[in-house]
Design a protein around this ligand. Structure first.
Ligand SMILES: C[S@@+](CC[C@H](N)C(=O)[O-])C[C@H]1O[C@@H](n2cnc3c(N)ncnc32)[C@H](O)[C@@H]1O
Length: 194
């Protein structure tokens, strides 16, 4: 069955270019800077490979993604990292296979995020770090606005615009080390530990 992002792949980089200039590139670097170096690193939902240029020195880096069309574009940007088609809710890796994992703008589109967190807990070593950059349901008056927008994004792209990702991670048994709030509270950089 085709993944939702198959139909966005060809235009993804062009559509995101203004956001990259507005600060997304800087936040991508910030996410990577929170990962250990010379370690086994897993990225989930790597999309068209926007993070590849920021990858740290790794023992082994694996970039996973559910959409084959996104992976085809990611392949053109590949460096030392290995690419693999995989659903974050059912990862094809062994117990404790990685030292750390990260994802940027992915948990909004995973149907069952708690399954993905369960999988991350399985494949990341105890004490290992998971770093997420996600748009979330903002605090205050914008919260109900995002609830409304969510109806449209769900219909158009199966995107959960108002996810409370840090809470879902904590409810899934991950330790929340830090939440850095960006764009007011619209974007969260979430640092968790297994
Ligand atoms: C908004 S894009 C972000 C892509 C990339 N991480 C970035 O920062 O540009 C969301 C990505 O998550 C992927 N995705 C959605 N559900 C997924 C799942 N269950 N498992 C793995 N990847 C998934 C989509 O195919 C898409 O490439």
């Amino acid at each position: 069955m085709p993944a939702v992002y198959d139909k966005f792949a060809a235009n993804y980089d062009r559509a995101f270019a203004p956001l990259e200039r507005l600060g997304l590139r800087r936040w991508r670097q910030e996410v990577i800077d929170l990962l250990p170096t010379n370690a086994n690193i897993l990225e989930i939902g790597c999309g068209a490979g926007a993070n590849f240029e920021f990858y740290p020195e790794c023992k082994r880096s694996v970039s996973s993604e559910i959409s084959i069309r996104m992976l085809e574009i990611a392949e053109t940007k590949r460096r030392e990292n290995h690419l693999i088609q995989a659903d974050a809710q059912s990862l094809p890796f062994g117990v404790d296979e990685f030292d750390a994992a990260f994802a940027t703008l992915v948990f909004c589109s995973i149907p069952e995020p708690t399954l993905a967190f369960k999988e991350l807990k399985r494949v990341i070593k105890p004490g290992g770090r998971i770093v997420l950059l996600e748009h979330v349901r903002p605090e205050g008056i914008l919260g109900p606005v995002f609830d409304l927008i969510n109806k449209a994004t769900l219909a158009l792209a199966d995107d959960h615009f108002n996810r409370e990702t840090a809470k879902l991670a904590a409810d899934s048994g991950l330790k929340i080390v830090e939440v850095r709030k960006k764009l007011g509270t619209i974007v969260n950089l979430i640092v968790c530990e297994v």
